[in-house]
Design a protein around this ligand. Structure first.
Ligand code: PDD
Length: 288
């Protein structure tokens, strides 16, 4: 496999970053996860815009603009002869002496990895997944804004470890007020009393690109929705619950902390929204 590192594509064995890279030393950097279907990256412009927003919030100047990144992502797919792919763009502060000051790093490190997409088992869509509510709280927005998709992922990793220990697919994190925020790598929705609800950005979440698309699709389908505050009780009495992200699309949650949601099977609204996302994808891919 070929990996783009700083200024060229290199074989993955040679794609090595310095131990003085501040991404490694401090988690100082940002990233995006993207998904290509039949050789085309879905919502590429939105991902590149979020990368730029994340970078600017930590005063990191991206070493390549959206046009250059678009070319590089396309090249990463072509060189690796990938059609269905998982891509990751990582930008760290760069290599510099030890110390927190970003000025110690002269040039950011840019890495683009493209991998064959490993599909999730169809059974998780057919049956839904179980999640837990983690003891680990989501980072305070005033401490490390969840809207920055940063390399500093330990908050999410700690919650993911809880999910794994409990045999659950995902862990939902609460914020400091005890409201639901999001999963470790996904946004969360509930459907109750005829209304789709998802935690607002103000609750301390990453403004997911799939989340945004699902809200748009809900509007098109005439499903009322709101961005709001959700408690564990809201979650437990929901008729339906699902997760969204770039790689999993829309994934039904049928158990929370071992308790069944709705009738314990993926609900109709969840299935309609997923079908609608797939139709949107088909339109995007139309003719390819
Ligand atoms: N994660 N919330 C968090 C904390 C995330 O890390 C992600 C994405 C999402 C969903 O965002 P989107 O719909 O834009 O993928 C929400 C990706 C998949 C990852 O970290 O690999």
């Amino acid at each position: 496999m070929w990996v783009y590192l700083n200024d060229k594509f290199v074989p993955q064995e040679e794609a090595v970053v310095s131990v003085f890279d501040h991404g490694f030393l401090y988690g100082d950097g940002v990233y995006e996860t993207l998904r290509a279907y039949r050789g085309r990256v879905f919502k590429l412009a939105e991902h590149l815009a979020r990368l730029e927003r994340s970078a600017s919030r930590i005063q990191l100047h991206l070493p390549a603009g959206p046009e250059r990144l678009t070319d590089l992502v396309g090249e990463a797919l072509r060189r690796n002869q990938l059609s269905d792919s998982y891509l990751r763009i990582t930008v760290s502060r760069g290599t510099g002496e030890i110390g927190l000051d970003p000025a110690l790093c002269k040039t950011p490190t840019l890495v683009i990895i493209a991998r064959p997409f490993q599909p999730y088992p169809e059974s998780i869509y057919a049956e839904g997944v179980s999640v837990i509510v983690a003891r680990t709280r989501r980072n305070l927005p005033e401490a490390l804004p969840p809207q920055v998709k940063s390399l500093n992922f330990l908050n999410n990793i700690l919650a993911k470890m809880e999910a794994k220990a409990a045999g659950a697919h995902e862990a939902l994190m609460l914020n400091h007020r005890g409201d639901i925020t999001e999963g470790t790598t996904s946004n969360v929705f509930v459907f109750q009393e005829g209304r789709l609800q998802t935690p607002s950005v103000e609750c301390g979440i990453l403004d997911g690109i799939t989340r945004e698309l699902v809200l748009q699709l809900a509007s098109e389908l005439g499903i009322p929705w709101e961005e709001t505050r959700l408690t564990i009780e809201d979650l437990m009495r929901a008729e339906e619950c699902f997760l969204t992200n770039t790689t999993q699309e829309v994934l039904s949650v049928t158990r929370v902390d071992g308790q069944m949601i709705g009738d314990g099977r993926p609900g109709g609204i969840t299935r309609r929204l997923h079908a609608s996302l797939r139709a949107c994808l088909d339109r995007f891919l139309g003719g390819t």
